[in-house]
Design a protein around this ligand. Structure first.
Ligand SMILES: NC(=O)c1ccc[n+]([C@@H]2O[C@H](COP(=O)([O-])OP(=O)(O)OC[C@H]3O[C@@H](n4cnc5c(N)ncnc54)[C@H](OP(=O)(O)O)[C@@H]3O)[C@@H](O)[C@H]2O)c1
Length: 253
């Protein structure tokens, strides 16, 4: 067996939501490097331009779709438009909304937004894409979870609950589609240095250094590229006997 036959994604198309920046951008570049045609996604048209240029410069083919996944039905519509480009073999559910607030300070609007983007659009996209993958007898779904799905911190109570629910959905659909060679798994990071943490990182560098020193056994935040190997594994033949599971990349907790 060659490495290419295990990890190669030549001939596959991957839609990566929230790939304008951060972990999604790194995963999109990684999947393109493994041979996939990648459909990038951000909220507004043109938001993925820098990532598009990087992927195109490497010689890989790339497209872009825009959608606000907080809008009702946006997930369905995104899959429909992606399938007009090419059959979606790999769906990476990466875009999410995260509003930091303990339960006592959580507003209804904050809860509604996180439920809509993290759970509602996941339901939409899975409803639209899973029957198509099943008909083609090949599919991979990589859902970005979080260490908070397992060990929630009170500052992200609602976000953590949506991530736990998202993984629960991945598990139920993994069971339903296992015999169709459509495999769904969760990639669950710990702290990753992205825009999401900019308020903490850029506001008080000393506090950030102390935070990262104590957040995990390695004493540092991950770089988004450290998520790529596991994402390629979960998108490829390599994970052919794995479904409904989570891979935790936390630096040790
Ligand atoms: N960073 C961490 O420490 C960490 C830890 C655990 C889990 N995660 C998970 O990993 C994933 C990526 O996180 P990240 O830190 O890379 O995120 P990020 O840097 O904050 O980027 C968020 C991405 O999601 C998109 N997005 C946000 N709201 C959207 C909406 N309403 N509709 C459509 N797209 C939307 C953004 O698009 P625009 O650029 O167009 O706004 C952007 O591409 C998320 O699921 C997150 O929950 C992150």
């Amino acid at each position: 067996m060659s490495l290419e036959s295990i990890f190669g994604l030549k001939g596959r198309t991957a839609l990566v939501t929230g790939s304008s920046r951060g972990i999604g951008a790194a995963i999109a570049e990684g999947l393109a490097g493994a041979g996939a045609h990648v459909i990038l996604h951000g909220v507004k048209p043109g938001s993925t331009l820098a990532v598009q240029e990087k992927i195109a410069a490497s010689g890989a083919s790339v497209s872009e779709l825009a959608a606000d996944l907080a809008e009702p039905g946006a997930g369905h519509d995104l899959i429909r438009r992606a399938e007009e480009i090419a059959p979606v073999d790999i769906l990476v559910i990466n875009a999410s909304a995260q509003i930091n607030a303990p339960l006592a300070e959580l507003t209804n609007d904050d809860l509604t937004l996180q439920l809509a983007v993290n759970l509602g659009s996941t339901v939409d996209m899975l409803q639209a894409v899973l029957p198509r993958m099943a008909a083609r007898k090949w599919g991979r779904v990589v859902s970005l979870g979080s260490i908070n799905q397992l060990r929630p911190k009170s500052i992200v109570t609602a976000y953590a609950a949506t991530k736990a629910a998202q993984h629960n959905l991945i598990q139920s659909q993994a069971r339903d589609y296992a015999r169709d060679n459509v495999l769904l798994n969760t990639l669950a990071p710990g702290l990753v240095d992205t825009d999401r943490n900019a308020h903490r990182r850029d506001g008080d560098p000393e506090a950030w250094a102390e935070y990262t020193r104590t957040i995990n056994w390695m004493g540092r935040a991950a770089h988004p590229q450290e998520m790529v190997g596991a994402a390629i594994f979960l998108s490829s033949e390599a994970c052919s006997f794995m479904t409904g599971e989570s891979i935790f990349l936390t630096g040790g907790v």
